[in-house]
Design a protein around this ligand. Structure first.
Ligand SMILES: Cc1ncc(C[n+]2csc(CCOP(=O)(O)OP(=O)(O)O)c2C)c(N)n1
Ligand code: SF4
Length: 251
C-alpha cells in the first residue's frame, strides 16, 4: 500500500490537548514537518511557552525546555549561545510574546539571535479564559473587555511583524494564516524557509500565524475561521516583511 501521509517523526505519539478546531495543532504539525524535511530533529532544541501550548515540550519530539511566561526568547538565546552547533526555536502565543514577553522578543530580534520564533496570534489569552491580549482587535469583546476593546483607552493592537520589521537585525519576518488548506500550504513554505535559514545559521527568523481560538471566541471552528478572515486579516496583513536571503544575503 502506498503511504501518502504519516505523522511527522518530529511529533511524539501523544494526543494534543487543544480544543476541536484550534489551529495550534496545525502550527505544530507544520513545524514538525519542516524539522523532518530538513533533517534537523537530532540537533533541534525548542522552548515551550506558557499558554495553551504549555505542553509543546511533550508534543515535539526533540530536546525541549519550558520557559516562564514570555521568557522563551531569552532562554533560547542562552541555549543557542551555549550550543551554537544546535538549532533553536521558540513557540509562543500572543499573550506570551507581545504582553509579558515584549522586552524579550524585541531584544532577541534586535540582537539578531540565530533562532526561529513561531508566534501564534489568536487575538486573545486562550488558556486563562479569554482575557484581552495586546493583539485583541478594536471593539472585540473578551472577558476583560465585555463592551469591546476601546482603543482610546487601551491603545491599538500591536502588530508584531511590523514592530520587529523596524529593527535592522532580523533576517526573515513573515505573517501567514492557518484558515484554509491553501493558506496552510503557504504557511508551510514560510516555516520551511525560516527553518532553512536557521539551519544555515543566517540569523533571527520570525513567523506569525494568524490563528483561531474558537472556544474563547464563542464560535464553532468554521465560524472562527470566517471571523478571523473578516476581522483579523484586514488588520494583520499576510505577507513577507523581510527576507535577507532573497535580497542576496546580509545587509
Ligand atoms: C508570570 C505569569 N503571569 C501570568 C500567568 C498566567 N497566564 C498563563 S497563560 C496566560 C495567557 C496565555 O495566552 P497566550 O500567550 O495568548 O496563549 P494561548 O493560551 O492563547 O495559546 C497567562 C496570562 C503566568 N502563568 N505566569
Ligand atoms: S482555548 Fe483557544 S487557543 Fe486554547 S486550545 Fe482551546 S481553542 Fe486553542
Amino acid at each position: 500500500m502506498q503511504v501518502i501521509a504519516t505523522r511527522p517523526k518530529s511529533l511524539t505519539d501523544l494526543q494534543f490537548t487543544y480544543c476541536p478546531g484550534c489551529t495550534h495543532g496545525i502550527a505544530h504539525r507544520l513545524i514538525a514537518e519542516a524539522m523532518d524535511e530538513l533533517d534537523m530533529r537530532n540537533r533541534m532544541m525548542g522552548v515551550a511557552p506558557v499558554g495553551c501550548s504549555v505542553f509543546a515540550y511533550k508534543f515535539f519530539n526533540c530536546d525541549m525546555a519550558e520557559a516562564a511566561h514570555g521568557r522563551a526568547p531569552a532562554v533560547a538565546t542562552g541555549m543557542k549561545r551555549a550550543r551554537p552547533d544546535m538549532f533553536v526555536f521558540t513557540y509562543q502565543g500572543d499573550g506570551d510574546l507581545v504582553a509579558i514577553g515584549t522586552a524579550e522578543i524585541v531584544h532577541a530580534a534586535n540582537r539578531g539571535e540565530k533562532i526561529s520564533i513561531f508566534f501564534i496570534n489568536n487575538a486573545i489569552y486562550g488558556m486563562t479564559g479569554g482575557q484581552m491580549a495586546p493583539t485583541t482587535l478594536p471593539g472585540m469583546k473578551t472577558t476583560t473587555s465585555p463592551y469591546g476593546r476601546d482603543e482610546k483607552d487601551i491603545g491599538y493592537p500591536i502588530r508584531a511583524c511590523e514592530l520587529l520589521n523596524s529593527l535592522v537585525s532580523p533576517y526573515f519576518i513573515e505573517r501567514v494564516s492557518l484558515l484554509s488548506p491553501q493558506e496552510i500550504i503557504k504557511a508551510k513554505k514560510a516555516v520551511l524557509k525560516a527553518m532553512q535559514y536557521n539551519k544555515e545559521g543566517r540569523g533571527f527568523t520570525f513567523v506569525e500565524f494568524v490563528s483561531t481560538c474558537p472556544t474563547n471566541w464563542g464560535l464553532d471552528p468554521l465560524q472562527a475561521r470566517e471571523w478571523a478572515r473578516e476581522n483579523m486579516l484586514p488588520y494583520y496583513k499576510i505577507g513577507n516583511f523581510r527576507d535577507k536571503g532573497a535580497e542576496g544575503g546580509e545587509k
